[in-house]
Design a protein around this ligand. Structure first.
Ligand code: IPE
Ligand code: IPE
Ligand code: MG
Length: 249
């Protein structure tokens, strides 16, 4: 049986989140500069997005640029911004054809102006699409997001709109940038690194984590299928015991 055939389409993860890591190392192994790796990483983005759309996954969140990534050499930051702009331009027709809606999370106001404009226009044009929602995390960091939510809620308390008793986990998460996006069921990180790097700290509370040794430019559809098959073999207990799950308690 192929990997694709092993996937139970009735039990797909609704939301897959990916830390796309290892572009620089992939390029270095080939004697090339880091930007060459990022360029090849775009092909993996296309393949994995297509794979998720074909399967019927509802949300795919891609960590494309973290708040901390602004500290990289200016040349690399510029190349990443340029690559993003070109990819959005080139991929818009494909997003439309495949009924994919583009969303974003992060401090988008920190992106170059022309990129902000492009993001906004792609999001507006794809807003009515009802297939996969592709969420790009750009200039995103989870601690920034959580601190922001706390600040907004504090202001509501100060203004007398709510009292501190109203602050529940459910209320809190409505103030995150992911308010209208369900939590991921599966989080994949490539390149063999075993860390979260400030990604969706709140939302990953009960997410199944999957780590691939492959660098992102080598992660294509088959690897996505492999991660989903492994995900489907896991028992998600959410604090309960196996026997309760069997009885649907
Ligand atoms: C991931 O690959 C892409 C971004 C963070 C933008 P890296 O650029 O982090 O590649 P490595 O981890 O240095 O190999
Ligand atoms: C995480 O990768 C951020 C993205 C994939 C966008 P990094 O390469 O920046 O993470 P660290 O520095 O290895 O933790
Ligand atoms: Mg990295």
């Amino acid at each position: 049986m192929t990997l694709l055939e092993q996937i139970d389409t009735n039990r797909l993860p609704n939301h897959i989140a990916i830390i796309m890591d290892g572009n620089g190392r992939w390029a270095k192994q080939r004697g090339s500069g880091r930007i060459f790796g990022h360029q090849h990483g775009v092909d993996s983005v296309k393949a994995v997005t297509e794979g998720c759309a074909e399967l019927g996954v509802k949300y795919l969140t891609l960590y494309a640029f973290s708040t901390e990534n602004w500290q990289r050499p200016q040349e690399e930051v510029n190349a990443l911004m340029e690559l993003l702009l070109i990819s959005l331009e080139e991929e818009l027709p494909t997003l439309m054809e495949n009924n994919i809606r583009l969303l974003s999370i992060g401090q988008l106001e920190r992106l170059p102006e022309h990129l902000q404009v492009k993001m906004k226009s792609c999001q507006d044009k794809t807003a009515g699409n009802t297939g996969l929602s592709l969420v790009l995390a750009l200039s995103y960091s989870s601690r920034w997001e959580i601190a922001n939510a706390a600040r907004d809620i504090a202001a509501e308390v100060a203004a007398g709109k709510i009292t501190e008793k109203d602050i529940t986990p459910e209320y809190f998460e409505q103030h995150l940038t992911t308010a209208h996006i369900p939590d991921p069921e599966l989080m994949i990180r490539t390149s063999g690194e075993l860390r979260i790097s400030n990604f969706l700290l709140w939302q990953l509370a009960y997410t199944e984590l999957y780590f691939s040794e492959l660098n992102w430019p080598d992660f294509r559809k088959e690897e996505l299928y492999k991660a989903i098959v492994e995900f489907q073999g896991r028992e998600r207990r959410f604090g309960k015991i196996s026997e309760q799950l069997e009885k649907n308690e």
